[in-house]
Design a protein around this ligand. Structure first.
Ligand SMILES: [Ca+2]
Ligand SMILES: [Ca+2]
Length: 274
């Protein structure tokens, strides 16, 4: 009996250099988190070593990522190689804040947690089924603390003058924190073609000359007229085709189109003034 216990203890110690120290939360291996992925040496779990604990000093608002790799090939569901990750917020290991089973594939967990407070958290890696074997590594990294996206609006002139143009400048500051990567700040202005023409014309004249402004108006006019001509032709196709139909059917189509155009006109006008 004594020999058996000694054998069990020594076999655990030989296969995992952190055993038996990391069998409790306070004795957990300390992980120093960075934004680069780091990976531990190979750990093992079995009937004599059911848990591996890790300690992590987390900062509130930063997201932490943990996943394991089974280094002996394909794992078996609930059998050898299937492990589980649990994150606790207290050193007694009783307050569970996050857990994952198979998020990383091959029955390996992928645990993601955004720290609720700045403190030490305790990560437990265990076999899914108590006593099953697992051999592998733990990889871990943290996101950069994201900075808030700052925006400011400046208006000139400072004092309102009746009939004058005003300039509105929107400035956004993006420091590129991980939390806002992939987002493109966008400014949306809704304007009709007339408003757009005036806006661009002002800029053209301001930075160029009246001749340049006139040329712009000419090109804009030709472009918009051609566009309307093409659109009107396309819309007219059904009416041209319907001229072959009996007079009455064609009349119904024309009346419906005219009525809906007028109604849409009223609706659109109401949208603008309301
Ligand atoms: Ca252990
Ligand atoms: Ca698992």
């Amino acid at each position: 009996m004594l020999f058996g216990l000694l054998f069990l203890a020594s076999s655990g110690a030989a296969s995992d250099i952190y055993d038996p120290g990391d069998d409790t939360p306070p004795g957990g291996t300390f992980l120093s988190m960075t934004t680069s992925v780091q990976t531990t040496s190979v750990h093992t779990l079995d009937a004599g070593d059911t848990n591996d604990w890790y300690r992590i000093n987390m900062t509130a608002g930063v997201t932490y990522y943990f996943y394991t790799t089974y280094t002996l090939g394909a794992a078996t569901s609930t059998g050898p190689g299937d492990d589980y990750a649990e994150l606790y917020s207290n050193s007694a290991g009783t307050i569970l804040v996050a857990s994952d089973d198979d998020g990383f594939g091959n029955y390996q967990p992928y645990l993601v947690y955004t720290a609720a407070s700045t403190q030490t958290y305790y990560l437990k890696i265990r076999a899914y089924t108590l006593g099953q074997t697992w051999t592998g590594t733990l990889s871990y990294y943290a996101s950069a603390a994201s900075s808030p996206l700052l925006a400011s609006v400046a208006v000139t002139p400072g004092a309102p003058v009746v009939g004058n143009w005003i300039q509105v400048v929107l400035t956004t500051t993006n420091t590129g924190g991980t939390g806002i990567n992939g987002l493109t700040p966008a400014l949306s202005i809704n304007a009709g073609s007339a408003a757009l023409t005036l806006l661009v014309l002002t800029e053209v004249i301001r930075n160029g000359s009246p001749v340049l402004g006139l040329s712009y108006l000419l090109i804009f006019g030709i472009g918009s007229t051609s566009g309307m001509l093409i659109m009107s032709s396309l819309i007219g196709i059904p009416f041209a085709l319907s001229s072959r139909w009996p007079n009455r059917l064609s009349g119904v189509l024309q009346f419906s189109a005219a009525t809906s155009s007028v109604l849409f006109g009223f609706y659109y006008g109401w949208q603008i003034i309301s």
